[in-house]
Design a protein around this ligand. Sequence first.
Ligand code: PEP
Length: 247
Amino acid sequence: MTRRKIVAGNWKMNGSSESVVELVKGLKACDTVDVVVAPTFVYLPLVAQQLVDSPIKLAAQNVSEYTSGAYTGEVSLSMLQDFSVSHVILGHSERRALFAETDTQVAKKVAATIAAGLTPILCVGETLEQREAGTTLIVCNAQVDAVLNEIGVELFEKVVIAYEPVWAIGTGKSATSEQAQEVHKGIRDNIASQSVEIAEKIAILYGGSVKASNSAELFAQADIDGALVGGASLDAKEFNSIIESAK
Ligand code: PEP
């Protein structure tokens, strides 16, 4: 089955009102690849304005699992919808490690995101310690299962997964295409144990030091359906080359 490729840029807590506008102006959309950019919350309205009439989609880097009310510092799904946000990155390892997000919380956020009609990009991945202990697939599939158990396999079709080995994020040290393919297949097989049809449909992106020099090889793997790109997505030329290699 051919799945449409997705290339998403996670800008993290970077940029200024001036630089994000420049960055968007430099991006080249593509007919055959879904391109998504994720600025920090405060720049969403600005980037949304720049993307009117563009096929490039807009993502948030997080969202509250609650609808509204006394949740100081949080941002709701309806607020994201106000600015045409279509995707939400959830369970990023930085949120899990630095802000103590749990599998349960991530699962609730995924459920709320789907209920609101947005697409969650669910990040999963193992630490170096876990890889060295041989528990990579156990860890990744436990993170996937927490969501599967919350929403059920039918709704899981609406989820995009990003496999991001923690040791490869922001380190310049990408997983090899073989290492990534092995985990992507293991994640797809785990979903297939509940539904072969949904496992075949679901997009599994790779993330972790993706750059123009390694993206084509990663995208050539059978179970790699695109990338979630951090550092390299802050450079329009580099990001455009990654998009180009996904065609
Ligand atoms: C990320 O943070 O999602 C990521 C993949 O970062 P980088 O590409 O910089 O490793």
